[in-house]
Design a protein around this ligand. Sequence first.
Ligand code: PHE
Length: 356
Amino acid sequence: MRGLIAYAFFVYHRIAMSETHPIDALKALEAEAMAAVAAAEDEHALEDVRIRFLGRKDGRISAILRSLPTLSPDERPAVGQEANRVKQVVSAALDERGTALAAPKAAAGEDLTLPGRHPWKGGLHPITQAVDEIWEIFRDLGFTRARGPEADTEWYNFVALNTPLDHPAADEQDTLYLVDSVLLRSHTSPVQMRTMEKHEPPIRIIAPGWVYRRDTYDATHTPAFLQIEGLVVDEGITFIDFKATLAEFARRYWGPDTQVRFRPSFFPFTEPSAEVDVKRFIRHPDGSTEETDWLEIMGAGMVDPAVLDNAGYDSERYTGFAFGMGPGRIAKLKHHVDDLRTFFDNDVRFLRQFSK
Ligand code: PHE
């Protein structure tokens, strides 16, 4: 209320004191506008000047034109004429200044008739998008996220996972050793052991991360790549939980009509082990449909009791399942990319087609 009274007083004071004739006020405004036009150093500043004086809503010259009906009939024509003249003079000056400011650019060879450029928005790498999408599905199924170190020991990478050091995977031919028994992890499975050491069951984790192998860089291999590990351990976890969870994931990721197949396989840390394949059912925009070949998407299995023992768990009481997949491979299958290297060459012209 006090604010309002003060404001009313302020307005009254302004009106009472402004004895300047409208024609004089317009002349002063013209001089002010012309000076501002001359002082504008670039197109943005010039646009500000235009809005300040000629803007339809708050422009000062426009305001005078709008207030003409409030003037007495004998004053109105002269003030109206003068206001229109000032408006024309100022807008001509704005145009002229605008051309002058653009001239150096045109002289420098810039084609001012080109369409505007779209702002560069950036986007997530297609493999990062795959990691996020996969993680979100498991999060909705009740999993939490875990992580472990990229440089790890032989114990976590192999021995604790029931893989003896004379296993070919542990060979220097395949694994990048740093010093003695310290290496760059060759899979994300060591996160299984690191999580079980720290937490009691129930365990339900997803662990995405970088892994390293002595592979040549070709269409299907890169020496550093991403993996996503999953581990579930609790009382009463069965093969049915294993199959149902992974089939549910596959259908949420690849679509409800996806078929899932579990092929017998071998991993030292799971028993039994399986390789999981999907067959996609694709509906094309033209109405036609397509069934893909079987595509392998992950290695998996029931956690070997020896691994639970190594973690200090009671393997009589607890059971579980584990899985590991490559989001790079999954992104490659999803986007029908045939050379994995195109994801890593970082040619923005290729990558930007995946940005959302
Ligand atoms: N670690 C295995 C690999 O890199 C994948 C895997 C994870 C298999 C968990 C079974 C269970 O090939």
